[in-house]
Design a protein around this ligand. Structure first.
Ligand SMILES: [Zn+2]
Length: 373
């Protein structure tokens, strides 16, 4: 049901290129998963995401359970059909959202009781319930309920989160042991020994893939990369690896070189909606990022990124897109989101090609230099 095959390895780094076979199709890795929290990548139809090169999306079990409700999605015969996306979907448990609601929740070893952000109704998520919700959504990959902690975390908090995450991981596997689609999650905050302990405990359990959670929460990048480096030897080489919530293009390059296969982040679409574009232009930009609202683009008749083959860059100028943003026209955020997703999917395709040709180390070095000239 879930099968991962490594097809090529880079000799100078830990980067690998593989194929992840899932119920609704296969995914070439390393892959970037665009975020469709509520069943839609904001401003896009599912076909548009596929045409840009999207292979797999991330949806959120917590949000979809509250609205429209799992019964509606079951009636539609699963989330892929409901949202018109005929390809794989990974669902996050919503643990992160629930744990971020300070004041509205109570966490015990049993699970998390919280109030809906929509209507204030009370709900309890247990490790088992979160699996049942994702089973009802019929998605390709289910994430276990875990307990992420904010950065920085005190050691006792980190220990408690780690122990609960392991307990919940074991209980998740008991729901449907023969036909589960679960990935385990390594926690442990920023403590090397706790990360190591969590990695050992979680990888001892029969999950189809392993995620590293609780990263990219504001800690320095060097620390994020060191934690991944330390965990990597414990992650089984024949299983897919996922860093949750990463990240910037530089994070993806750094993490691929440390053996990570899957990424998800709201950046390309969220930035697109607020006027920020990722580009390979290095002059007069912040690591290649530009804000189209800036006055300097008022009369700029160049595309967002010179040389880019996306629809937005083929047809429209910075001046026009800036005008759309200033006039609050819906096409502005759409065009920047199209460009940004194209940028991410192109980066991932180039990474895969570089690994297959055993020149990833050189590719990553040149891209990183471009990002930090
Ligand atoms: Zn473009």
């Amino acid at each position: 049901m879930i099968k991962f095959t490594v097809k090529a390895r880079d000799e100078k780094t830990k980067a690998r290129q593989g194929t992840l076979q899932l119920i609704h199709g296969s995914v070439e890795t390393p892959a970037f998963m665009a975020v469709a929290t509520l069943g839609t990548v904001k401003t896009f139809s599912a076909d548009e995401v596929a045409a840009l090169g999207g292979q797999i999306l991330v949806a959120n079990a917590y949000h979809l359970y509250l609205r429209p409700g799992t019964e509606v999605i079951e009636k539609a015969e699963g989330l892929t059909k409901f949202m018109g996306w005929n390809r794989p979907i990974l669902t996050d448990s919503g643990g992160f959202q629930v744990h971020s609601m300070t004041g509205l929740r109570k966490v015990t070893d049993e699970g998390v009781t919280f109030q809906s952000h929509i209507d204030g109704s009370r709900h309890t998520f247990t490790a088992e319930k979160v699996v049942e919700i994702q089973q009802a959504l019929d998605t390709d990959i289910w994430m276990v309920l875990d307990e992420p902690v904010a950065y920085p975390a005190e050691r006792p908090t980190a220990v408690r989160s780690l122990e609960r995450t392991t307990k919940w991981a074991k209980r998740s596997l008991e729901v449907n042991p023969a036909s589960h689609r679960l990935f385990g999650i390594v926690q442990g905050a920023t403590y090397d020994d706790l990360r190591e302990r969590s990695a050992k405990e979680i990888t001892a359990l029969p999950f189809h893939g392993y995620a590293i959670g609780g990263l990219c929460l504001g800690e320095p990048s060097d620390l994020t990369y060191r934690i991944i480096e330390n965990i990597e030897p414990y992650l089984p080489a024949d299983k897919v690896r996922y860093v949750m919530g990463a990240g910037y293009p530089e994070d993806i390059l750094q993490m691929v070189s440390r053996g990570i296969d899957l990424f998800d982040c709201v950046l390309p679409t969220r930035n697109g909606r607020t006027g920020a574009a990722f580009t390979r232009n290095t002059r007069n930009t912040h690591n290649g990022r530009i804000n189209i609202r800036n006055a300097q683009y008022k009369n700029d008749m160049r595309p967002i990124e010179e040389g880019c083959s996306c629809l937005a860059c083929q047809k429209y100028t910075r001046a026009f897109i800036r005008h759309l943003f200033m006039a609050d026209e819906a096409l502005g955020p759409r065009l920047l989101s199209i460009h940004n997703l194209h940028y991410y999917y192109t980066l991932m395709r180039e990474i895969r090609e570089a690994i297959a040709d055993n020149r990833f180390a050189e590719y990553a070095e040149s891209r990183l230099k471009e990002l930090h000239p």
